[in-house]
Design a protein around this ligand. Structure first.
Ligand SMILES: [Zn+2]
Length: 295
């Protein structure tokens, strides 16, 4: 079982290939490892890539297998692998956007297999995945979830034994990805699928967008005490230059407006939902509200 807070290591080395922008005030070179509590699980290394992407490496000390979850930037991954003495064996892509697959070809050497969504064009893809496929990795396995909506074929990787999900740009801390390709019905169905995971699932999303997401969340559900408390905690973390990712699904269910349209009358009122709107329609109104929000 993976215990996320067991060990946090901060290192001052440069671990991303472009200078961070002022839009995300994360300490330069920030990086940490989530160590597993028992020896039958994997480690997750989290580090910054580009301006606001998180890079992830999953490593199993027993087998030596190491998976990159998306590849925003090859150089930062190479540095992180070298620094830790890990050898890449898998690339697990969530969707086709360049800030998720841009490093694929530079990282794909002999012995590295690239996994990705069957419905999308992924550079160097060896294994095309669809809903409920299983990816074997390091003696454990990830179930593939179809979480289309941000892009049409977006997938997530859910490690049930480790209670860990890598969700790319489908679900963010207090937010969700923009709906570039999918439909409201598709996106809402995807989010409901994620919402059905156990509350203690650790959610690794791909961007540090939480402060902006928090401002919008507070504009639509200021009467939610769990949200008010979480936003205060986020402000403290960001002021210290610390990440707000990962989060737990339970936190998201309690505070993320994109998971709450059908359970919060306050949100429905504030996004102009009508009596009788179905979940997808309410979700769409929340999404449009965020798209146009200037807060
Ligand atoms: Zn994307």
């Amino acid at each position: 079982m993976l215990t996320m807070a067991t060990s946090i290591i901060r290192q001052a080395s440069s671990s991303f290939c472009r200078a961070t922008t002022t839009s995300v005030r994360i300490r330069s070179g920030w990086s940490r490892t989530m160590m597993s509590a028992s020896d039958d699980s994997f480690e997750v290394a989290q580090f910054l890539c580009l301006s606001d992407n998180y890079g992830y490496l999953i490593h199993d000390p027993k087998t030596g297998e190491t998976a990159a979850v998306d590849t925003p930037c090859a150089d930062s991954y190479k540095r992180e692998l070298e620094r830790r003495g890990w050898t890449l064996t898998h690339i697990l892509n969530t969707h086709h956007h360049h800030d998720h697959v841009g490093g694929n070809m530079a990282l794909k050497t002999e012995g590295v297999k690239v996994y990705g969504p069957a419905a999308e064009s992924i550079p160097g893809m060896d294994v095309a995945l669809k809903e409920r496929d299983i990816v074997s990795f390091a003696g454990t396995k990830a179930v593939v979830m179809d979480v289309g909506g941000h892009t049409r074929g977006h997938i997530a990787y859910y490690f049930s034994k480790e209670k860990t999900a890598f969700v790319g740009d489908s679900l963010f801390a207090l937010g969700c990805g923009r709906m570039f390709e999918g439909t409201p019905k598709q996106f809402w169905t995807s989010l409901q699928g994620l919402r059905n995971l156990p509350d203690d699932t650790t959610i690794y999303c791909a961007h540090e967008y939480t402060e902006a997401n928090a401002r919008f969340a507070m504009s639509v559900e200021p009467g939610n005490p769990d949200l008010v408390k979480r936003v205060e905690e986020i402000k403290v973390k960001r002021a210290r230059g610390e990440p707000t990712v990962p989060s737990s699904l339970g936190e998201e269910k309690a505070t993320n407006p994109f998971l709450r349209g059908d359970v919060s009358s306050e949100i429905r009122k504030n996004v102009g939902a009508s009596e009788g709107d179905d979940g997808a329609t309410i979700f769409h109104k929340i999404r449009l509200g965020k798209d146009h929000f200037r807060g």
